[in-house]
Design a protein around this ligand. Structure first.
Ligand SMILES: C[S@@+](CC[C@H](N)C(=O)[O-])C[C@H]1O[C@@H](n2cnc3c(N)ncnc32)[C@H](O)[C@@H]1O
Length: 303
């Protein structure tokens, strides 16, 4: 019997597809902002991604380009309980919405870094930060699998719908652990795959292999248990994976149905809807343990 082909696409294919996808998203966001588009609010427009997941008052004082560029699946700045003076790092910062919100929370004595690999997103984020008038931000070009910051130099890592996009999540979480100071927190919004309940659909390998669904934050999602295991392996403790919103056909059914049909599987609306329900947005929390001597202060900082 022939072996099932690898369920995951190659890392280089994932990186190229994700970069191309989000370069186009950045350009689209700029056009939408110029046209004056505003989010309708979670549920009102039939989807629950992007700026729609934030309370409308959180969006009031943000530049239109930051709102239009929002591509997350949660609001990690609400989860992170940021304090004055803290150093925050946003993994996959996109158009910069969470970096700007974090910079305002940590104030002038703190700093918010955004890390992204897509030049178009970095340019949009820089423009948005300028328009927002926040000075305590810095955007870094690079990959979340290889964070360009020193060991133990960050108080809080946030991220919004990005860890699922990496083809090497173990490396991302090991890097997050490395740059966090002992006692530092990870507070991430992400897509996860719920454990299958009785009679619920399994995720077909064709979905796992789809580059389109990977770039759309679906195919690369970890199971809840896998997420916990990867965090434990990286050294984290205090791990929580809390389901926030279960997805439905109107969120992701259309690309799921297309992928199923393209693979010769039943791609009718009911099959796509059943599969969509296996995916959820989640809050993921974890802590880097303190050193044995209880030390928590950053040991190294960047100028
Ligand atoms: C779904 S968008 C989320 C953007 C932002 N967090 C938000 O909430 O709007 C994903 C972003 O992560 C970036 N990204 C994806 N994979 C990455 C990687 N391996 N390293 C660095 N950036 C990455 C993309 O360029 C894109 O800007």
């Amino acid at each position: 019997m022939p072996m099932d082909p690898s369920p995951a696409p190659a890392e280089s294919d994932v990186t190229a597809a994700v970069r191309a996808h989000y370069a186009a998203v950045a350009e689209g966001a700029r056009a939408a902002a110029e046209a004056g588009a505003r989010p309708a609010g979670c549920g009102c427009d039939g989807t629950c991604f992007g700026a729609a997941v934030y309370p409308l008052d959180a969006l009031q004082d943000l530049p239109a380009g930051a709102v239009a560029g929002s591509q997350g699946c949660g609001n990690p700045t609400a989860l992170a309980e940021l304090r004055e003076g803290e150093v925050v790092l946003d993994l996959g910062s996109g158009g910069g919405i969470d970096v700007i919100l974090s910079a305002r929370r940590v104030g002038p004595t703190g700093r918010a870094y955004g890390l992204d690999m897509t030049d178009e997103m970095l340019a949009l984020a820089e423009e948005n930060a300028r328009a927002a008038g926040v000075a305590n931000v810095r955007f870094l070009r690079g990959r979340i699998e290889d964070i360009p910051l020193p060991d133990r130099s960050v108080d809080v890592i946030i991220s919004n719908c990005v860890v699922n996009l990496s083809a090497d999540k173990g490396r991302v979480l090991a890097e997050a652990f490395r740059v966090l100071r002992p006692g530092g927190r990870l507070a991430v919004s992400d897509i996860v795959i719920r454990d299958a309940g009785p009679g619920e659909a399994e995720i077909p390998p064709a979905v796992r292999r789809s580059i389109e669904l990977w770039a759309g934050c679906i195919a690369g999602a970890l199971g809840e248990g896998e997420y916990r295991a990867e965090l434990r392996r990286a050294g984290f403790e205090g791990i929580e994976v809390e389901e926030v919103r279960r997805y439905a056909a109107e969120d992701i059914g259309e690309p799921l149905g297309r992928t199923l049909a393209d693979s010769g599987l039943p791609g009718d609306p009911a099959s796509a809807a059943a599969l969509a329900g296996r995916f959820a947005s989640a809050f993921v929390r974890a802590v880097r343990p303190r050193d044995a001597d209880g030390r928590t202060a950053p040991l190294e900082t960047e100028g």
